[in-house]
Each structure stands twice: as structure tokens, then as C-alpha cells.
Design a protein. Structure first.
Length: 216
């Protein structure tokens, strides 16, 4: 017991009716709500009210500091660097607005975790995700960064473009910036390598021999 005083006021019902009672005692049994933090308590603010930072069970509430472990916080919270923060309950609680990461809730720890998305993720304007560790939207530099099988990195704009299945099977043409026409369209499989004003066409040419030609 402690020497703190305790005053109580209430109603009592008996056979003869209901009456008012009051008493004062100079002693109080120690425990949660006595204003003294004891073993098993992470806080004690001298009352048994929720919403003031210390719960009715003497646990630190969400948004208040002073925790050192998960057990110091109320069940709906977890300890994050001295602060009790809300635990996630589902993946939808873990949204960070990063198009290059998928956010999942670790239900055991009550914390959100970010997992890198695939190539395009949800990047705008045909950009691609850089991948770990940065996980941000960037311009592409190779076809491997674009979504297969119809994604291709356009070398002139460094953005991923979608090509038709036929173009994918044949090899999508990459034209010279100043070209308006392409000669020799009778071959069935083409690959292009731009070098200055010349484009070399190979793979399967009718004469089975690579031939450079001028484009305009």
C-alpha cells in the first residue's frame, strides 16, 4: 500500500432503497493508475483513462514516446525508435506512393515492408524502375528493362515502347533520325545498327550477305 489518499463517491442499493455513499482512506493499493511506474508497467500517469498517452493497462499509446520494446506499447502499436506507432493489419495499410515498390504488411512484426516491382512497375510515360536499392523511375537503356515480349527500349527517346507481335518476331526497326524511307524491304528478318548516316542490315538478306545502304 501507499500513503496516497483515496476518495470515492458512489451509489449503493439495498433492500430499503438506493442511497449515496462516500468514504476516504489514507491508503491505496499499489498498481496501474497509482502514478508510480512499477514492474510490468511501461507507463503510469496516475489514472485509468485511455487517450492520454498511457492506457488503462499502463501501456504507451500510439503517437507517444518512451518505448524500448514491442511489449511497452498497446496491442495496436509497435515500438519504432522510442515511439509507439500504429501496427499495419493488411497490405492496404502500407501505401508509400512509390510506383516501383510493392508494399506488404508483415503481420507478425506489424510493420510495412517494400519489395521491388518488376521492370515497368507503374512508372508513367514509359519509364522503367531502376530496381534495388534505389527503386525509382528512370529512362531505359536496353530492351531487357522493358516488359517482355512486346516491350522494347526506343534508343532515340530512352523510353519503353510496345511493338506488335510480328515486329517482335522480326526485330523492331530502329530508324536513323533523318531517314524517311527504308530500301530493301524484301528481307524477312532485320536488325539495324545505326552508325553515322549508314545502317547495316544483316541476319537473313536475300543474298545471305550483309549489305550497308544509305538512308535518307
Amino acid at each position: 500500500m501507499t500513503a496516497d489518499g483515496d476518495f470515492q463517491l458512489g451509489l449503493v442499493t439495498a433492500v430499503l432503497g438506493t442511497g449515496l455513499f462516500a468514504y476516504y482512506t489514507p491508503y491505496r493499493f499499489a498498481g496501474c493508475g497509482d502514478g508510480a511506474r512499477a514492474t510490468g508497467e511501461s507507463c503510469d500517469d496516475g489514472n485509468l483513462l485511455d487517450g492520454d498517452g498511457c492506457s488503462t493497462n499502463c501501456r504507451i499509446e500510439v503517437g507517444f514516446s518512451g518505448c524500448t520494446s514491442l511489449e511497452d506499447c498497446v496491442p495496436t502499436a509497435r515500438c519504432d525508435d522510442d515511439l509507439c506507432v500504429a501496427r499495419c493489419l493488411q497490405d492496404e495499410d502500407c501505401v508509400d506512393n512509390n510506383p516501383c515498390t510493392a508494399n506488404i504488411c508483415n503481420s507478425q512484426a506489424g510493420s510495412c515492408e517494400s519489395v521491388a516491382s518488376g521492370a515497368l512497375g507503374e512508372c508513367a510515360q514509359s519509364l522503367v524502375c531502376s530496381g534495388p536499392p534505389t527503386n525509382v523511375c528512370v529512362e531505359c537503356v536496353s530492351d531487357a528493362q522493358c516488359t517482355a515480349p512486346t516491350g522494347r527500349c526506343e534508343v532515340l527517346t530512352n523510353t519503353c515502347v510496345v511493338v506488335s507481335r510480328n515486329e517482335t518476331e522480326m526485330g523492331a526497326p530502329v530508324m536513323h533520325p533523318r531517314s524517311r524511307a527504308l530500301r530493301g524491304s524484301s528481307f524477312s528478318d532485320w536488325r539495324f545498327w545505326a552508325a553515322s548516316d549508314w545502317v547495316e542490315v544483316g541476319e537473313r538478306w536475300p543474298s545471305k550477305k550483309a549489305r550497308p545502304f544509305r538512308v535518307r
